[in-house]
Design a protein around this ligand. Structure first.
Ligand code: ZN
Length: 149
C-alpha cells in the first residue's frame, strides 16, 4: 500500500481572478481560468476551492455548452426573487441580490484527479453577478499533492 499523503509533495496555491461584470445580473464562465490555475499549481491529486468574497454575487457549477441554460437560470431566478418587492426593507435597494447570493452560494469545491479538474462533460464553473456592473474578485485555492517525487 502506498503513502496516502506525502508532506514533501504538498502544494497550496492561492490566486485571484478579477472580473468586471457588464450588467446587473450575469453569469461569467471562469472554467478555463480555474483550470489554468490548477495546471500551473502542479497539483495532481487534491481539491480546488473557488470562493467569491462578495454578498451580492455567487459561484456555481452548471452546463456551459448551451447558453440557454444560463439564460433560463437568470430569468427564473429573477421571477422567484424579483429586484423590486414591497416586502424588502434593505435600504441599499439590492435585497434581491443578497438573497440570490445566499441561495446560489459563495463557494464550490472541485476534486482534482490526474492534474485536472474532475468536472463532468457538461459542467462549467460560473461566477454569478446579481448586482452589477461591478469589479469583482474570485479566490481560487488549490490544495493537494504534486506529481514530483
Ligand atoms: Zn446591500
Amino acid at each position: 500500500m502506498g503513502v496516502l499523503f506525502c508532506p514533501a509533495r504538498a502544494v497550496r496555491t492561492v490566486r485571484t481572478i478579477t472580473i468586471r461584470s457588464e450588467s446587473r445580473t450575469q453569469m461569467v464562465d471562469i472554467t478555463e481560468q480555474v483550470a489554468s490555475i490548477v495546471h500551473e499549481s502542479g497539483v495532481k491529486e487534491g481539491v480546488c476551492c473557488v470562493f467569491v468574497p462578495h454578498t451580492t454575487a455567487a459561484v456555481t457549477i452548471n452546463e456551459n455548452t448551451d447558453p440557454s441554460v444560463v439564460r433560463d437560470f437568470l430569468t427564473q431566478l429573477e421571477e422567484l426573487i424579483p429586484q423590486i418587492s414591497p416586502h424588502y426593507t434593505h435600504i441599499e435597494g439590492n435585497a434581491d441580490a443578497h438573497i440570490k447570493s445566499a441561495i446560489v452560494g459563495c463557494s464550490v469545491y472541485i476534486p482534482i484527479t490526474n492534474g485536472r479538474l474532475s468536472l463532468g462533460v457538461w459542467q462549467g464553473i460560473f461566477f454569478c453577478e446579481f448586482d452589477g456592473p461591478r469589479n469583482r474578485r474570485v479566490y481560487v485555492q488549490v490544495l493537494g499533492q504534486s506529481g514530483a517525487q
